[in-house]
Design a protein around this ligand. Structure first.
Ligand code: SF4
Ligand code: SF4
Length: 308
């Protein structure tokens, strides 16, 4: 077995679903502050590992019945258990061969400190785009929505990375086309966070990739459940300025609150790709199987908070 094969197997054995290898030259066009060498200057290969989000966690939110599976399995468990476990397995396999691997976790707190040396493009902890790393390592493409889409899982994975000084065998860039521009992500994102035109572009080894402009602030309001039309946990009993008790529970227990659960960018996209046969996995029950829910009249207290 080559080192590349051993690393791939170590990642899969530890719980990864997809593994890819990007030679550092694929980041030649990256802005200096987003370059993997910002974090580990000797990097020769960027290893991307993707771990799936359970489809059932998305299905339960689509039904409007259960959010905890998403906040636990798709955030806390992937980011704090499976991701670190896979990263550690990869790093140990590299170390057994005399190579160094820096595990790159999800999420980031971008460039929060002062530069240590003048030749650094930015301060620690550096920021890199794990989605772009997934593309550079051949896992898939970015959809119109800016979400990484893969043939195996569509939009439902999280990406982690290892930056290593080992030369590993490159994974070919993904040659297919998954996103067909159906615009379901745009139509079904009630925050209007995803732009209409797919004109934010970048190039890797001559191939151009693109996605729509993305409004993080608009997304954040709905994503975190602050819009009562898509946040069923507002029940009108909250004191002025107070969050619903469920939001507090999720913040405390899972440390990341996802209430929108990608109504457009994740669930509508996955449903479209599955129904159109543009990804490989098939399932007994469609993800979206009836008219989608949307609460009409927000409770008074929530309405007041929203307009505060
Ligand atoms: S919903 Fe349609 S347009 Fe949007 S990313 Fe998915 S496939 Fe592309
Ligand atoms: S998480 Fe929700 S609000 Fe944010 S972009 Fe996706 S669909 Fe829109």
């Amino acid at each position: 077995m080559t080192l590349t094969e051993r690393i791939r197997q170590a990642a899969l054995d530890a719980g990864a679903d997809l593994v890819g290898f990007a030679p550092i030259r694929r980041f030649d066009n990256a802005p200096p502050e987003l370059h993997p060498r910002t974090i580990y200057p000797p990097t020769r290969t960027v290893i991307a590992v993707a771990v799936r989000q359970p489809r059932g966690a998305l299905a339960a939110v689509e039904e409007g019945t259960y959010w905890q599976a998403y906040n636990c399995d798709s955030y806390w468990y992937l980011n704090e258990v499976v991701g670190p476990q896979v990263l550690r397995a990869v790093v140990l396999a590299l170390e057994a061969d005399g190579a160094t691997g820096v595990p790159v976790h999800n999420p980031f707190h971008p460039h929060s400190g002062r530069k240590i040396r003048d030749d650094q493009p930015a301060g620690p902890d550096g920021f890199v785009s794990l989605r772009v790393i997934g593309v550079a390592a051949g896992l898939g493409e970015l959809g119109h929505s800016k979400v990484l889409l893969t043939l195996q899982l569509g939009p439902r994975q999280r990406v982690f990375a290892v930056f290593t000084d080992a030369e590993l065998e490159p994974t070919p860039l993904f040659e297919g086309e998954i996103c067909d521009g159906c615009m379901a992500c745009v139509r079904e994102c009630e925050a209007c966070a995803i732009g209409e035109s797919r004109d934010v572009t970048f190039t890797i080894e001559g191939r151009q990739y693109g996605h729509a402009p993305f409004d993080d602030r608009a997304c954040s309001h709905v994503h975190r459940g602050d819009d009562p039309r898509f946040g069923p946990f507002w029940n009108g009993t909250e004191a002025d300025g107070e969050d619903p008790s469920y939001h507090k529970f999720v913040d405390h227990r899972f440390r990341h609150r996802g209430i929108c659960v990608g109504r457009g960018c994740l669930r509508a996209c996955l449903d479209h790709l599955e129904k159109a046969g543009r990804i490989e996995a098939t399932f007994n029950t469609p993800l979206i199987r009836r008219e989608r829910w949307k609460l009409s009249e927000p409770p008074a207290a929530a309405d007041g908070r929203q307009n505060a």
